[in-house]
Design a protein around this ligand. Structure first.
Ligand code: KG4
Ligand code: ZN
Length: 339
C-alpha cells in the first residue's frame, strides 16, 4: 500500500502569514492564516515594509500553531513547500528562509512553489482535477487565464496588461471612500444598484485573452469627478453596479470563449475576487449552459491567500521529483511557465 504523503506548506508572499499541512495533496489536516489586513487598512493598501515585519513576528507562531492543530511533528512531514514567488520580495524571503531553516534542521526536501500555481491547486482540495483544464485566477495582484494539459504544466493564455481585477476594485472603492480592501464593499453596493452608466468593456484585439482594467477604473473616477463638478449626486450603488457589470462581463465572456477554444473539461476559479457574488453568478449561469465543462469554485477561505494551496501544489511538484536547494531565494517576478 502507498504510504500517505504529508507536506507542510508556507505562504508569505503578500499580507497573510500562513502555514498548512496537507495529506496526499488533497486533504487539509490543519490550515492556519494570520492576516495583516487591519494593519494595512489605515494606509489604504499593503505597505511592503510593514508586511515583512509582520511576517517575521508571525511565522514561528503560525508554524507552531499548525503543528499543534494537526497534533504532528515536523519529523512526520515528507517535505516543506513554500511560495518562492511572485510577490513582495521582503515578504517572500521570510517564508523562504523559514522553510529552508525547518528543512535543513530536519533534513527534509524543499519544494519552491509559484504563488499562482498554489491558487490553482486550491481547487484540488475541493475536487480532483481533470485535464485539460482552464483556471481563471483573479486576485489583488493577478488576473490570469491559465491552461493546464496535465499536472505541473502551466500555460498563460491571457493576463492583465495593467491593473489586476482586485486592484481595480480596491482603487474604485478608494474613490468612493470605502475601506480597504474595497472589493467586498463594491460587491455589496453593486447588488443594490443597476448598471445605468454603461461603462466601457476592454475587449482588447480580436482573439486576445488579455485583460485591461485601468481604463475602466479611470472611467469610474472621471464619471465621479465630472458629476461632483456639476454639483450632481451620482448613486454609489449604480456606480458600483456599472463598474462590476463591466468587469464581470469581460471575465465571463473571455473565460467561456477560452474554455470552448481549448475544449477543457474543467474551469477552476481562484483568487480573492472569486468571492465576488456577481462573478460567481455570471460564471455559474454561463457554464450551466455548457454541460461538458465542470465549473469549480472553492470555498472563500481557499480562494484568498493560504498555505494549504501551496502544500497542495507542492505535493504534485514533490511527486514529480522537483526540488529546490539551499540557494533558493524569493523571486518577485517568477514566471509560472518556467519556475
Ligand atoms: O487573493 P487575495 O486574497 O490576495 C492577493 O493575492 O491579492 O485577493 C485580494 C483581493 C482584493 O483586491 C480584494 O478587494 C478582492 O480580492 N476581493 C473582492 C471581493 N472579495 C475580495 N473583489 C471583488 N468582490 C469581492 N467580493
Ligand atoms: Zn494570492
Amino acid at each position: 500500500m502507498k504510504k500517505d504523503l504529508y507536506i507542510l506548506g508556507l505562504e508569505t508572499s503578500c499580507d497573510e502569514t500562513a502555514a498548512a499541512i496537507v495529506k496526499n495533496g488533497r486533504e487539509i489536516v490543519a490550515n492556519v492564516v494570520s492576516s495583516q489586513i487591519e494593519s494595512h487598512k489605515r494606509f489604504g493598501g499593503v505597505v511592503p515594509e510593514v508586511a515583512s515585519r509582520h511576517h517575521v513576528e508571525q511565522i514561528t507562531l503560525v508554524l507552531e500553531e499548525v503543528l499543534a492543530q494537526a497534533d504532528m511533528n515536523v519529523e512526520d512531514m515528507d517535505a516543506i513547500a513554500v511560495t518562492k514567488g511572485p510577490g513582495l520580495v521582503g515578504s517572500l524571503l521570510i517564508g523562504v528562509n523559514a522553510a529552508k531553516a525547518v528543512a535543513f534542521a530536519h533534513n527534509l526536501p524543499l519544494v519552491g512553489v509559484h504563488h499562482i500555481a498554489g491558487h490553482i491547486y486550491a481547487n484540488r482540495l475541493v475536487e480532483e482535477m481533470q485535464f485539460p483544464l482552464l483556471s481563471l485566477v483573479v486576485s489583488g495582484g493577478h488576473t490570469e487565464l491559465v491552461y493546464m494539459k496535465e499536472h505541473g504544466s502551466f500555460e498563460v493564455i491571457g493576463e492583465t496588461r495593467d491593473d489586476a481585477a482586485g486592484e481595480a476594485y480596491d482603487k474604485v472603492a478608494r474613490t468612493l471612500k470605502l475601506p480597504y480592501p474595497g472589493g467586498p464593499h463594491i460587491d455589496r453596493l453593486a447588488a443594490e444598484g443597476e448598471d445605468t452608466l454603461k461603462l466601457p468593456r476592454a475587449w482588447m484585439e480580436e482573439g486576445s485573452y488579455d485583460f485591461s482594467f485601468s481604463g475602466l477604473k479611470s472611467a469610474v473616477i472621471n464619471t465621479l469627478h465630472n458629476s461632483e463638478q456639476r454639483g450632481e449626486q451620482i448613486s454609489p450603488e449604480n456606480l458600483a453596479a456599472s463598474f462590476q457589470a463591466s468587469v464581470v462581463e469581460v471575465l465571463t465572456v473571455k473565460t467561456v470563449k477560452a474554455a470552448q477554444e481549448y475544449n477543457v473539461k474543467q474551469v477552476l476559479l481562484s483568487g480573492g475576487v472569486a468571492a465576488n457574488k456577481g462573478l460567481r453568478a455570471s460564471l455559474t449561469k454561463a457554464f450551466d449552459q455548457m454541460p461538458s465543462v465542470d465549473l469549480i469554485i472553492p470555498p472563500l477561505h481557499l480562494c484568498t491567500d493560504n498555505a494549504a494551496m501551496i502544500a497542495a501544489a507542492g505535493t504534485v511538484l514533490f511527486e514529480q521529483g522537483k526540488r529546490d536547494d539551499w540557494s533558493m531565494n524569493g523571486y518577485p517576478g517568477l514566471d509560472i511557465e518556467k519556475f
